[in-house]
Each structure stands twice: as C-alpha cells, then as structure tokens.
Ligand binder design. Structure first.
Ligand code: NOJ
Ligand code: CA
Length: 562
C-alpha cells in the first residue's frame, strides 16, 4: 500500500478540540462487558477500559461512546438500569469511572455516556416503590400503570406487542398478594416504561445528566429517544388500529403513532439542551431515533440534541445507488438544520458489517435469516465481507460528519452466528423463540491475543463463548502487520483527522459502479462497487482498502487520493 510519509500526520493531534469537537468526530462504541476484563471474572469492566486507553489512542479515535455501565441485572445487556447515578459493582466503582474518564481525557479522547430514559429496570427503587404502593399513588404515576380489561382485570389494557416479542403489558401482584394492575413495557418485561408526563421523571433525568456532566462526561447517547412521550388516552387503540410503523427510512412520517416519534418529545430535549449549554464546552448528545428520515432533523437540531443517528447506511446493501442517495439526502438534511451528519455500519444491535456483506443474497434483512438458519460461519464469504466492509468504512471516514465505529470492527471481526441456546443472553432470543435469534453474536468479548485464556480478554474466560477462529482476528495478530485491518483503520483514522475539512462534499462520479467524491480541500475518495477495474484520478493515492491492480481500483475497494 502507498506510504503515508508524504503528510505530516503528527500535527493532526488535537484537530477536533474546541466546542465543535463532535461535528466530525470518530466515535468508538465500547460495549463494556465485552471489551476487556481486568479481574478475571469473565465480565469486561471499567479498569479493563482504562488499561486499554493506549490502544484507543493509537487507534486514533476522538471519543468513546460507552454503552450502559450502570447497576443492572442484565435483562437487556445493561439497557435495564437499576440506578442511573452509579456504576455496576461488577464493572467497578465511581472512583474507577473517574479514573477511566481522566485517562481518556489525558489521551485526548472524549467520553459519551449512554442514557436510557424510556424505561428503567424493574429493580429500580422507583419501580419497587410503585409495586409496594397502591393503585393511583404518586409512586405508580412515575410509570405507566393501567387496570386490565375483562371481568377481573385479567386481560391486558391493549393487545400491543413488545419489541422483543410477547405482550407489551405485564400484570403485577399487588402488595396484598392479589393479581393487580398492568404496566407497560415496550421492551422486555424487566424494562418498565417511565411516564414522561410526570414532572418528577423529567426532573430526575435532569439530575442524572447533571451528575455525569459534572463528572466530566462530554456527551450523551440517548437510547430510544423517540419513544419517551406517549399518547395513551383511552380507549387505547387495538394493535390492528395502530398506524403501521417501520424503522429508519421507512418509518412513519407524521408523528401519529401513540408511542413512537411524537412531536411533544422535543420539549424534553429542549430542556436538556438548556442544561447541556450551561457547560463549557456544551455537552453533546446524539439521539438513537429510528424515525422516518424527514423527522430526524428535529432530534438533531441545535435546540435539541444536536445529532441523531442515521441508520440508513447500516440498513443498505453494498450498493452504489443506495449509498449515493443516502449520503446526498443526509448531508442536505444536516445542512438545513445545522446538525452534522452521523454515519454508522455496525453497533451492538446488528450483525457486524464484515459479515452482512459476505452473506449470500437472500440471507434476509440484515442477516436475520442466516442467523435463524444456524448462523454457520461456512455460509459467509468472509473475504468478500471484509473487503466490502473495509471499502465501506474507508468511504465513511471520508464523509463530512461524524463516524461511529463499534468495538471489533477495527479488527475486521466477524459476527459469531453460531452460539448454543444455553449460552445466549439476549432477551429477544428468549421472548421470540425461533424468530429473533438476538444480538449476542456481535457482543462476544474481543480477542486481544491469539493465544491464552479467552484470547486475552481476561484471565477467567468470557461471558459469551468465543469461537476458535477469533485467534486470527486478535489484536496481537494484527498489530504492526502491514495491511492488517487494524493497521488499516489506524492509518485511515490518522489521515482522516489530518484531512478533515469543511462539512461539504462534491460528487465527481456517482453511477451504479463508482462513487467518487471530493472534499473542499481536495481530499478524494473513490469506491468501486462494480465488477471491472476503475481508473483513478490524478494525484497521490494515500490509502486504499485493498491492493490496487496495475494502479487501478479493483471491485469492492476504496482509495483516497490527495
Ligand atoms: C436500543 C439499544 O441499542 C438496545 O440494545 C436496547 O435493547 C433497546 N434500545 C432498549 O433499551
Ligand atoms: Ca471483570
């Protein structure tokens, strides 16, 4: 691959400091329980992250987004929070958190914490109080309780389904031992939804955001940001009467659903923004909002959260037309609202993109059919998947806006499709048998060494089984190995930091085979989605996602030219 010595990369350090650091940041998602285990109990922890700060620094990221690290029974991988202002004792202490934050900051890396405001866990103090308190009490009014229908209230208040399968209502046993009211849970039954009409709930989340902001957290990722406000006026519509929802670009465009993407949710984020802006630099936020593309802008507005995840690329096939229209549309949207675009291919909820791109056509949306058929590694063309993943990631790194990476993608790690039922953890697997295989396959602890217990994740094994083939993806098998995916990511992120310029892009060529664009400073990215070789423009090729052939760009490859 061409040498990088022609540019002074050292001077790039600190390019993303200042209040706008987030606009074009490379943000690396850590799923803490699967990153690095410092004490050999099989669970990744905060000290494990602190120990890997030099690795993160060498990778060249600007920020870490830390998935939930709060006390939790892990009914949903930590997205069931017992206490919003503490650290799970299995992961460490608040002092460990402070130590980790200080180490990240000393390395020039910002920290984004995951906030889960739609629901708590059923072990949260407030929920326990609600169960102990009588119907109609202030304690119940923090959640969504309703009487059941039928003669004895034995029928749920509506026939709605939860996202993980099964009903969206769970009946409680009242303090006197009799079956009682029902509470709503969009996700697992261990995740009761808050009542955001209640000022106490609003106040408490402001306290939480202040708590972490005061501790040095630089920004927040807002879980299911589009669900908080609900219209649950009686009579509740039946499932058949609910507006048909989609996800992402095919979602509803009018805010008419009783619990997804209602206009009033933005009142909450306007309040949060006032709090964020009291800090220097202002705290940032990114919404996880699976809404119609036209509705994303409000979450991302400067008066709101500032950014919203755009999952369009993650949902698209490796296809030039699809990529081009997604990029064009999202940049136009961002420009119109003053937000910066976000790009993402992998996270803790989806099949890793190195695997998605290597699945045969007809493997179902995002690889779900492949998982249902057993997730066999031999069904994946890993070479093709990795080539496309590297090409797609390099294209993403050249786009204006911020790029979100998921731990392990810098290793080219594949999804673990095949996990014994008895080892699975995701509630989606258990609540929706045979239909939803769940998300454990992208949450398997990272391989740090090609040998040794749990591939260097920790001394005591890993909480999800790691396959033998993880050895080949280990950090130590890739470090200082020319053209390894890890070295490729490091180089790409370093160049990216150095080359980052105004948030604009001009298409030079955009057809069914090639996407070629340039940034205002002359930085060009060319991706070959077709089958033949593509001539590259004049200039110096500083990096390519795979080897060139006779100076030309082969299929499934991206090159950067300056
Ligand atoms: C979105 C999170 O990314 C996912 O992991 C979680 O299960 C749901 N929100 C519920 O909190
Ligand atoms: Ca541990």
């Amino acid at each position: 691959m061409p040498s990088s010595s022609s540019l002074n990369l050292v001077s790039a350090a600190g390019a993303t400091t200042g209040p706008d650091w987030w606009r074009q940041a490379a943000v690396y998602q850590i799923y803490p329980r699967s990153f690095s285990d410092s004490n050999g109990d099989g669970i990744g922890d905060l000290k494990g992250i602190t120990a890997k700060v030099p690795y993160l620094q060498a990778l060249g990221i600007d920020a870490v987004w830390l998935s939930p690290f709060y006390p939790s029974a892990l009914a949903d991988g930590g997205y069931d929070v017992d206490d919003y202002r503490n650290v799970d004792p299995k992961l460490g202490t608040l002092a460990d958190f402070d130590e980790m934050t200080a180490a990240l900051h000393a390395a020039g890396i910002k920290l984004i914490a995951d906030i889960v405001p739609n629901h708590s866990s059923n072990r949260h103090e407030w929920f326990k109080e609600a169960l102990a308190a009588p119907k109609g009490s202030a304690a119940r009014a923090r959640y969504i309780f309703r009487d059941g229908l039928g003669k004895d209230g034995e029928v749920p208040p509506s026939d709605w389904d939860s996202k993980f399968g099964g009903p969206a209502w769970e009946r409680i046993i009242e303090a006197d031992g009799t079956p009682g009211q029902w509470y709503m849970h969009i996700f697992a039954k261990e995740q009761p939804d808050f009542n955001w009409d209640n000022p106490e709930v609003r106040e408490d989340f402001l306290t939480t955001l202040k708590f972490w902001s005061d501790r040095g957290v630089d920004g927040f990722r807002i879980d299911v940001a589009h669900a908080l406000v609900k219209d649950l006026s009686e009579p509740l519509p039946s499932k058949a009467e609910l507006p048909v929802e989609g996800t992402g670009a095919d979602g509803l465009a009018d805010g008419s659903h009783p619990f997804w993407d209602r206009d009033d949710v933005h009142g909450i984020y306007a309040e949060w923004r006032k709090l964020f802006n009291q800090y220097t630099p202002p705290r940032t936020a990114v919404a996880e909002a699976w809404v119609h593309a036209s509705r994303r802008a409000r979450y991302a507005s400067p008066e709101g959260l500032g950014q919203a995840f755009n999952f369009d690329l993650l949902q698209a096939d490796f296809d030039a037309d699809a990529f081009r229209s997604i990029i064009t549309k999202n940049l136009a949207e961002a420009e119109a609202t003053g937000a910066s675009s976000t790009w993402v291919f992998s996270n803790h909820d989806v099949v890793r993109h190195a695997t998605r791109y290597g699945l045969p056509a007809g493997s179902g949306r995002h690889g779900q059919d492949w998982l249902r058929q057993g997730g066999s590694a031999s069904a994946v063309d890993t070479e093709l998947g990795l080539a496309r993943a590297r090409a797609a990631s390099l294209l993403m790194f050249a786009l204006p806006g911020s790029a979100y990476l998921y731990q392990g993608e810098e290793l080219g790690l594949q999804e673990v499709g095949c996990i014994a039922d008895s080892a699975r953890q995701d509630p989606a697997f258990f609540r929706n048998p045979g239909v939803d295989i769940g998300r454990d396959g992208c949450r398997v602890p990272l391989p740090w060494t090609s040998e040794g217990t749990s591939f260097g994740f920790g001394d005591g094994g890993a909480h999800l089984p790691q396959p033998e083939w993880f050895a080949g993806y280990a950090v130590d098998a890739q470090e200082n190995v020319e053209d390894s995916t890890l070295e490729f990511y490091r180089e790409a992120l370093l160049y990216r930091r150095h080359l980052q310029s105004a948030e604009q892009l001009k298409w030079v060529r955009a057809d069914a085979s090639v996407l070629h664009f340039s940034r205002p400073n002359g930085w060009q990215s060319v991706t070959n989605f077709g089958s033949g070789l593509v001539e590259l423009p004049a200039g110096t090729v500083i990096l390519s996602s795979g080897p060139l052939e006779g100076g030309k760009l082969p299929r499934n490859t991206t090159a950067w030219i300056v």
